[in-house]
Design a binder for this molecule. Structure first.
Ligand SMILES: Cc1ncc(COP(=O)(O)O)c(C=O)c1O
Length: 369
């Protein structure tokens, strides 16, 4: 008989769906009268949209945002019919009928996207739901100022479309003192005045914490749902959702002066016990964590020493009593005392990149909900 996937896996990615839902409720309460959506693009920031989205639906969420059409097509069947799935990138030209057949709502980011969706609505003889995105400063997606001029001069371009929302996206919401926040807010108000009346959405996770003026009718949190701190430099009010544990595959003793791993990027300064763990950069444990990250075990944090390899990392476990740790013991890469944001800080990146980089080789263990 074969052993379970969890037993044979080198590392476990544990996802706490109760903590996820509790974060969603906290954000919903913080957003007051506004509805609270969930951004579940990139496979729910790496945590598994097929498990995350239904859990959030059961908690009361009815609006789900993904980036790509294919993500939306995959997500649609795991949600009940009264949930709405929005496609942030809009639709590739020619894919409009497919979006209709799957019951998806595109975010229209340009005049050509608007025109294609309107033409299909006319052809079908039915109003098609749509979100209109205006660019208020991101210079990434959404109608630029000149496109908004063109559209407001000719409102017939929106005929046949049922505008569910007008939305925009904030540039620096995690920094409440950034002047661009109020500038974007002003531009968003001004843009709405030039468009047909519709519900509005501006705030991502961090935007919710900028206050009621940013909430409008719908807020769109992603990162904070998954436990990432929404406000830079402030204590994190969100619950941890992710625990990542990796197994000790081998233990060895090395003498003073011996090097460890590729390039001998770390050298023992004393007789040292080294544990080799079954996670590497192919699992999203970024190489920039070499000689930098810490690993948790029974209330201690231990240094990752040497380079991160493709499938392994090496940890100095000299401080751990020998009888506490052996082959098969699980050590925390993300967990108690080691938040996603701390790992990101050590790697020189953001929590978003840590979560979305987590690879496919983990045994995924869902708890709660
Ligand atoms: C348009 C849009 N809205 C909302 C979000 C969610 O942002 P956050 O994860 O910071 O809450 C994103 C994420 O990048 C986004 O692109």
């Amino acid at each position: 008989m074969s052993i379970s996937a969890q037993t044979r896996a080198g590392a476990w990615l544990e996802i706490d769906l109760d903590a996820l839902c509790s974060n969603w409720r906290q954000l919903r309460d913080c957003a007051g009268a506004a509805e609270c959506a969930a951004v579940v693009k990139a496979d729910a920031y790496g945590l598994g949209a097929a498990r995350v989205a239904p859990a959030l639906y059961a908690a009361g969420c009815r609006h789900f945002f993904v980036a790509h059409l294919d993500e939306a097509i995959a997500l649609r069947p795991v949600l009940a019919a009264d949930a709405t799935v929005f496609v942030l990138h809009g639709l590739p030209p020619g894919a409009e009928p497919e979006a209709v057949s799957h019951g998806l709502v595109p975010v229209l980011n340009s005049l050509p996207q608007i025109d294609a969706w309107r033409r299909l609505a006319h052809g079908l003889g039915q109003a098609l739901p749509a979100v209109l995105q205006v660019d208020t400063g991101m210079a990434r997606l959404g109608l630029a100022a000149d496109e908004l001029d063109t559209l407001s001069a000719d409102p017939t371009r929106l005929q046949g479309l049922a505008l569910s929302l007008v939305m925009s996206h904030l540039v620096s919401a995690e920094d409440p003192s950034a002047p661009i926040n109020t500038l974007q807010l002003e531009r968003f108000h001004a843009a709405r005045l030039r468009l047909p009346a519709a519900r509005a959405s501006l705030a991502n996770s961090s935007g919710i914490f900028l206050g009621p003026g940013y909430h409008f009718d719908l807020v769109r949190p992603g990162a904070a749902l998954y436990g990432i701190a929404p406000v830079a430099g402030q204590p994190n009010p969100m619950q941890a959702v992710v625990r990542l544990r990796s197994k000790v595959m081998q233990l060895r003793r090395i003498d003073t002066g011996m090097g460890v791993g590729y390039g001998h990027a770390w050298t023992a300064q004393r007789p040292t016990r080294i544990a080799t763990l079954a996670t590497g950069y192919a699992d999203g444990w970024l190489r920039s964590l070499s000689n930098t990250a810490r690993v948790g075990f029974e209330g201690r944090t231990l240094p990752l020493v040497g380079k991160v390899s493709m499938d392994t990392i090496t940890v100095d476990v000299t401080e751990v009593p020998e009888d506490r740790l052996g082959e098969g013991t699980l050590l925390d890469l993300i967990g108690e005392g080691l938040s996603v944001d701390e790992v990101a800080g050590a790697a020189g990146t953001i929590g978003y990149e840590i979560l979305t980089s987590l690879g496919s080789r983990y045994a995924r263990v869902y708890a709660g909900a």
